[in-house]
Write a protein that binds this ligand. Structure first.
Ligand SMILES: NC(=O)c1ccc[n+]([C@@H]2O[C@H](COP(=O)([O-])OP(=O)(O)OC[C@H]3O[C@@H](n4cnc5c(N)ncnc54)[C@H](OP(=O)(O)O)[C@@H]3O)[C@@H](O)[C@H]2O)c1
Length: 290
């Protein structure tokens, strides 16, 4: 099938291209320089020219803290962009797969969030992503919104790469231990998206709507760091693990407030055989290439 991908240079975009290499699908991949999703003219021209069978939007403004003072750009990419894509895909009757975030929730829950649970973003990034979800859903019918969380990969900037770098520079490190979520390997997310595309190709489409997909086994950032150091040491990526101290969010203030608990319930994807990704196994793989 002909798949149009936006955001090809991001973590998910690059992993999606890797996953597509082993398939017969035709991929039309664009970075922001060729396709700015907030530019109505570019969106129209490229979608009308490529006429894909399906569109995967991996483009987003993901600088969570910067968004607090750069909300105009965050909303342009995360809210206007998906709306423009949805209007064009609707016009051509093309399904749109869009990726959103656990940061649409406030984190006050004590059990995993269902896709239908009330949203209440705590910062501009989460609010702009939620606006994108709503705009998109209002503009087209054939859509899948896949909310994910704590994305890491061998590409770009992410927590895993930061921890490995810091482990090489420091003997001690303090990491927040009161925010809980599910690390998700972008390669596993890419495979999940491909699976959804292929379901559509085989005329067994998932019901349109919003779903969750993230890694298994919730942890805190502190727990994630501990796992990274243990595996990195085992694989000799680092010689010694820094002394790790658990701190609270109050001890590490950031411009954007993060949800304290943003574990996502992914069960609604069980029907098509998509189980949560095993992030420890994927972490092992990523550490071998950082
Ligand atoms: N990273 C996380 O921890 C996390 C957590 C939850 C959800 N998510 C969601 O998962 C998805 C993928 O995230 P990611 O980690 O792969 O993000 P990423 O690595 O930051 O990549 C985002 C890409 O979006 C592109 N982009 C930015 N503005 C654009 C525009 N106006 N038009 C077209 N492309 C634009 C950038 O392209 P260029 O490089 O070409 O400029 C960048 O490569 C996003 O929807 C994100 O909100 C991420």
């Amino acid at each position: 099938m002909r798949i149009l991908l936006t955001g090809k240079n991001g973590q998910l975009g690059r992993c999606f291209q890797d996953v597509l290499k082993d398939t017969n699908h035709e991929l039309f991949a664009y970075g922001s320089a060729e396709l700015n999703i907030a530019d109505a003219q570019q969106v129209e021209t490229i979608i009308q020219t490529v006429k894909p069978d399906i569109l995967v939007n991996a483009a987003a403004y993901t600088a969570v803290d910067k968004a607090e003072t750069d909300s105009e750009n965050a909303y342009l990419v995360n809210a206007t962009g998906p709306e423009l894509l949805a209007k064009q895909t609707a016009a051509l009757n093309i399904p749109l797969i869009h990726v959103s975030t656990d940061y649409v929730f406030d984190g006050a829950a004590v059990e995993p969030y269902l896709p239908t649970d009330p949203t209440n973003p705590q910062g501009v990034y989460g609010a702009s992503k939620l606006a994108g979800e709503l705009n998109l859903a209002a503009a087209c019918e054939k859509y899948i919104i896949l909310r994910t969380a704590w994305v890491f990969s061998e590409y770009g900037n992410n927590f895993v790469k930061t921890m490995v770098r810091l482990a090489k520079e420091r003997d001690e490190l303090s990491v927040v231990a009161d925010q809980y979520g599910c690390p998700t390997y972008a390669g596993d997310l890419a495979k999940a998206i491909l699976c959804i595309c292929e379901q559509y190709e085989q005329s067994k489409p998932l019901a349109w709507g919003t779903y969750h997909y993230c890694g298994d086994t919730p942890t805190s950032w502190h727990g994630f760091a501990r796992a990274i150091f243990a595996l990195a040491k085992e694989q000799k990526v680092i010689s010694t693990a820094p002394k790790l101290t658990a701190i609270s969010s109050c001890q590490y203030p950031t411009p954007a407030k993060r949800p304290g608990y943003s574990v996502l319930d992914c069960e609604s994807l069980d029907d098509i055989g998509l189980v949560k990704s095993d992030w420890t196994t994927s972490l092992n793989k990523v550490l071998l290439s950082v």
